[in-house]
Design a binder for this molecule. Sequence first.
Ligand SMILES: [Zn+2]
Length: 227
Amino acid sequence: MTEAIKIRIGGTNIYLLQSEFNFYVMIDTPISTGKNKLLQKLSHYGISPSQIKLIIITHSHTDHTGSLAFLKELTGAKVIAQQKAAAYIEMGRSAQPVLTNQFLNKLADKYLSRHPEFNKFEPVKTDIIFNEEYELSEWGIKGKIISTPGHSKGSSTIILEEDVSFVGDALFNISPFTITPPIIEDKAELHKSWQKMIKSSSQYFYPGHGPRISRQRFLKAIKKASK
Ligand SMILES: [Zn+2]
């Protein structure tokens, strides 16, 4: 794999990994209103939608799934998600977000007023469903997807052998002060998932929101959380 392509739409990062088999694997999709911008960006990178053969959904929140139905139809790609996320994807809705504090609650209210579609999206049938782990080698990607619940019950992380991970919203990088996501369904689960994620040899962790996070910064956050 050459370096992943990062496309930022409406504050959400979409990543494209190049498969050894000469196609692309997409991690997450933009909000429903971000379709055209995504198509523009793909064309900017010289990627035709039919070159995308697999779409990995890190979790079922609409800022990651909003364009999924459209993109599945357009690309013909298979969709993969963890079992609990897949259940929501097939219902076309997110679990009710649970926010960590008052300040962030206000931010979320603002976000929700700007994105009333937040909790709903067009339902999609997930083609490949896994529980704990899914090996990506058959897709020409050296790596795997592992279940990392906490932000939401069906959250997952893509760990590549070349020492980078794509973590969805298990980590958040929109503030210089914290990488803890503003939405947590289960804090104990999230911290368990962090332990699983740091066990990989990843040097960088690419979140669904904001720039990549170094291993050192993640280690600091884990140490602080265990106090
Ligand atoms: Zn999320």
